[in-house]
Ligand binder design. Structure first.
Ligand SMILES: *[C@@H]1O[C@H](CO)[C@@H](O)[C@H](O)[C@H]1NC(C)=O
Ligand SMILES: *[C@@H]1O[C@H](CO)[C@@H](O)[C@H](O)[C@H]1NC(C)=O
Ligand SMILES: *[C@@H]1O[C@H](CO)[C@@H](O)[C@H](O)[C@H]1NC(C)=O
Ligand SMILES: *[C@@H]1O[C@H](CO)[C@@H](O)[C@H](O)[C@H]1NC(C)=O
Ligand SMILES: *[C@@H]1O[C@H](CO)[C@@H](O)[C@H](O)[C@H]1NC(C)=O
Ligand SMILES: *[C@@H]1O[C@H](CO)[C@@H](O)[C@H](O)[C@H]1NC(C)=O
Ligand SMILES: *[C@@H]1O[C@H](CO)[C@@H](O)[C@H](O)[C@H]1NC(C)=O
Ligand SMILES: *[C@@H]1O[C@H](CO)[C@@H](O)[C@H](O)[C@H]1NC(C)=O
Ligand SMILES: *[C@@H]1O[C@H](CO)[C@@H](O)[C@H](O)[C@H]1NC(C)=O
Ligand SMILES: *[C@@H]1O[C@H](CO)[C@@H](O)[C@H](O)[C@H]1NC(C)=O
Ligand SMILES: *[C@@H]1O[C@H](CO)[C@@H](O)[C@H](O)[C@H]1NC(C)=O
Length: 475
C-alpha cells in the first residue's frame, strides 16, 4: 500500500466536504452520488418537447456526440449501484434515440464527428444495460445485445490490413481529420467490446478478435513492455512511430477488456499478467501526483491547465473500469479500493463549487474546488464516488451477467497483485514536472508530446496529428 501520510490523514480525519462523504456508508455514498447526478443532469436539456428527434439524447454543443454515450453509461451504473430509478425513462429514451437508421449507433446527424471510439462509447452503455439486466421497452435485454453486436459488426468490417498490419482507424469517414490515425482508444474500445461480447455470449469469434486486436496493439507499440499505454500511430508512416501521450482512459479501456478476458478464461495466467501490468502502470502514471498519492489525476493536461472538454471526462472511465475490473478479477480489489477511496474523497472535496455548493471541479489534488466545471468534471466525480458502491456491494449482486449456457469459474486463491517498484515511474513518481507522456525510455521527454519518437513528417501529416491531439479533437 502506498498511503501517503496526507491521504491517510484524509481517510481518518472526519473532515467535512460539501457532500459529507462517509466512504464506509452506503447511504452516504448513495446520497452523494445522487447529488452529483443532479448536477450532471442539469446539463441535459435535449429531451424537451421542442428537441429535434436527431438531437434527443445528446448534450449541448460544444460537447461532442460521444460524450452523451459516455454519460448514459455512467448513469446506467448509477441506477444499478443505487437502485434509483428516477432517470430510467430519460436514459431509455436517450439510448434508443441515437441508434441511427441501421440500429448500430451510426446516426447520420453526427457523421462529422463520428469515429470508431465515439460509436464505441454508446456500445459500452448498452453493454452495461445488458450486463446489469436493464430492461428495454420490450421488457428484455436482447435489444441491448443486438445493438452492441451491430456496432461490433460495423467495426470488424473496418479492420484495415492495407497498412500497419491491421488495426482500426480512428475516424470512420475519410472526410474527417484523423482518418489516418490508428489510435489506442479506437482499437482498445473494439478490444473491450469484443471481450465483453465474448464473456456474455461465449462465442469464439469475439474471443478471437479480442486476441487479435490485443496482439495488433502490442505489435504496433501502442503499449510497451511495462504496460505504459500510448495514444496512437499513423498509417501514412505505416505505424513505424507512436505518439506517446498518456491519457487515463486508454489503459482503462484495456484494463476492463483484459479483466473480462481474465474472468471469461477462468483466470488464465496470460490475462492476469496483462491486467496486473495495466493496473500497475496506471498506478505509477496516474495516481502519483505530489502531495496527493493515490488521488487520480489527468497527467497529460491537468498540471498545465490544457484539458479540453473531452479530456475533462477521462478520469470517469478510469474509475468506472477500475471498479468493474475488481468485481470480475477480485484479486485486484484491495488495491483498487485504496485508489478509489482516496480519489473519491478528493473528488467529493472538489464538489463544493457553484451556486449549489456541490458543483464538482477538475483537479482533485488541490484539496477543494478549483473553479472548473462542466459535464466531464461532474461525470468524473460521479463515477469515482459511485464506484465505491460497486466495490461495497454484496457478493455477486452486481456481477456482470452472462448469456444462457455460459459458465464462469470462481477466482482461485493464488492470484495476487503486487505493485512493482515506483522508481521507474515514467513521468509519474510525483515530481510534478517533466514529461507528460508515459515513455519510460525516452531520454528527451517533452512536456506534452514525445515528438522525439516521430520522424520528420510532411506538414499536412504533422498538422493533422498535432491537430488531432492538441486542438480539441481527442475523442
Ligand atoms: C472506514 O473503514 C475502514 C476499514 O474498516 C477504516 O479503516 C476507516 O478508518 C473507516 N473510515 C472512516 C472515515 O470511518
Ligand atoms: C443526504 O444529503 C442531504 C443533503 O446534504 C442531507 O440532508 C441528508 O441527511 C443526507 N442523508 C444521508 C443518509 O446521508
Ligand atoms: C428530461 O430529463 C431530465 C433529467 O433526467 C428529467 O428531469 C426531465 O423530467 C426530462 N424531461 C422530459 C420532458 O422528459
Ligand atoms: C439496492 O437493492 C439491493 C437489492 O434490494 C440491495 O441489496 C442494495 O443494498 C441496494 N443498494 C443500495 C445502494 O441501496
Ligand atoms: C412491459 O412490462 C410492463 C410492466 O410489467 C407492462 O406494462 C408493459 O405492457 C410491458 N411491455 C411489453 C412491450 O410487453
Ligand atoms: C507495414 O507494417 C506491417 C506491420 O508491421 C508490415 O507487415 C508491412 O510489411 C509494412 N509495409 C510496408 C510497405 O513497409
Ligand atoms: C458468433 O458471432 C459472429 C459475429 O457476430 C456471428 O457471425 C456468428 O453467427 C456467431 N456464432 C454463433 C454460434 O452464434
Ligand atoms: C507482445 O509481443 C511480444 C513479441 O511477440 C511478446 O513477446 C509479448 O509477450 C507480447 N506482450 C503482450 C503483453 O502481449
Ligand atoms: C507539496 O507540499 C509542499 C509542502 O507543503 C509544497 O511546498 C509543495 O508546493 C506542494 N506541491 C504541490 C505540487 O502542490
Ligand atoms: C470455466 O470453468 C467452467 C466450469 O467451472 C467451464 O464450464 C468453462 O468451460 C470454463 N471456461 C473456459 C473458457 O475454459
Ligand atoms: C469472475 O467474476 C465473477 C463475478 O464477479 C466472480 O465471482 C469470479 O470469481 C470471477 N472469476 C475469476 C476467475 O476471477
Amino acid at each position: 500500500m502506498r498511503l501517503h501520510h496526507a491521504a491517510l490523514a484524509a481517510l481518518s480525519t472526519p473532515f467535512t466536504t460539501a457532500l459529507n462523504l462517509d466512504v464506509n456508508s452506503t447511504s452516504s455514498l448513495s446520497n452523494a452520488s445522487s447529488t452529483i447526478v443532479h448536477g450532471l443532469m442539469s446539463w441535459y436539456q435535449n429531451n424537451a418537447s421542442s428537441t429535434p428527434p436527431t438531437a434527443i439524447g445528446t448534450l449541448p454543443a460544444p460537447l461532442y456526440w460521444w460524450e452523451a454515450g459516455a454519460v448514459w453509461g455512467g448513469m446506467l451504473d448509477y441506477w444499478a449501484y443505487t437502485n434509483d430509478t428516477s432517470y430510467n425513462p430519460t436514459m431509455t429514451q436517450a439510448l434508443l434515440a441515437q441508434v441511427g437508421p441501421n440500429n448500430d449507433y451510426m446516426p447520420p446527424a453526427y457523421f462529422t464527428s463520428l469515429g470508431n471510439d465515439d460509436q464505441a462509447f454508446w456500445a459500452f452503455a448498452v453493454l452495461t444495460a445488458l450486463e446489469y439486466g436493464y430492461l428495454s421497452p420490450l421488457n428484455s435485454t436482447t435489444q441491448w445485445l443486438d445493438l452492441a453486436v451491430a456496432v461490433w459488426n460495423t467495426q470488424v468490417r473496418r479492420w484495415d490490413t492495407t497498412s500497419c498490419g491491421g488495426g482500426l482507424k480512428w475516424q470512420v469517414f475519410q472526410s474527417n481529420a484523423g482518418f489516418n490515425y490508428k489510435n489506442t482508444v479506437s482499437n482498445g474500445a473494439f478490444f473491450q467490446i469484443s471481450a465483453r461480447l465474448a464473456r456474455y455470449t461465449g462465442n469464439q469469434t469475439y474471443v478471437e478478435w479480442a486476441g487479435r486486436s490485443w496482439d495488433w496493439m502490442n505489435a504496433t507499440g501502442l503499449f510497451d513492455a511495462q504496460y505504459n499505454v500510448f495514444d496512437g500511430s499513423d498509417d501514412l508512416i505505416n505505424c513505424t512511430r507512436v505518439d506517446h501521450t498518456a491519457w487515463t482512459y486508454n489503459p482503462a479501456i484495456l484494463m476492463y477488456g483484459s479483466a473480462m478476458m481474465y474472468n471469461y478464461t477462468n483466470g488464465s495466467a496470460v490475462w492476469e499478467e496483462r491486467l496486473s501490468g495495466l493496473l500497475g502502470a496506471s498506478v505509477r502514471n496516474f495516481f502519483s501526483v505530489e502531495n496527493a498519492t493515490n488521488v487520480l489525476y489527468e497527467f497529460a493536461c491537468e498540471p498545465e491547465n490544457t484539458c479540453n472538454n473531452d479530456q475533462f471526462s477521462f478520469k470517469a472511465y478510469m474509475s468506472r473500469w477500475l471498479a468493474k475490473s475488481a468485481i470480475i478479477a477480485p484479486y485486484i480489489l484491495p488495491e483498487v479500493r485504496t485508489l478509489l477511496t482516496l480519489s473519491a474523497l478528493a473528488a467529493a472535496q472538489s464538489c463544493s463549487g457553484g451556486n449549489d455548493g456541490t458543483t464538482c471541479g477538475q483537479k482533485w489534488y488541490v484539496g477543494g474546488y478549483d473553479g472548473s466545471y462542466g459535464v466531464g468534471q461532474q461525470l468524473s466525480a460521479l463515477e469515482t464516488v459511485q464506484a465505491l458502491l460497486l466495490l461495497g456491494s454484496e457478493q455477486g449482486r452486481l456481477a456482470p451477467r452472462v448469456g444462457s449456457g455460459v459458465v464462469i469459474g470462481q477466482a482461485t486463491k493464488t492470484s495476487t497483485f503486487v505493485l512493482q517498484s515506483q522508481t521507474a515511474a515514467p513521468g509519474g513518481g510525483g515530481s510534478g514536472s517533466g514529461t507528460r507522456s508515459a515513455d519510460a525510455n525516452s531520454a528527451n521527454r517533452q512536456r506534452m508530446r514525445s515528438w522525439d519518437a516521430w520522424p520528420v513528417l510532411g506538414l499536412p501529416v504533422m498538422v493533422m496529428v498535432f491537430g488531432a491531439g492538441i486542438l480539441g479533437m481527442e475523442r
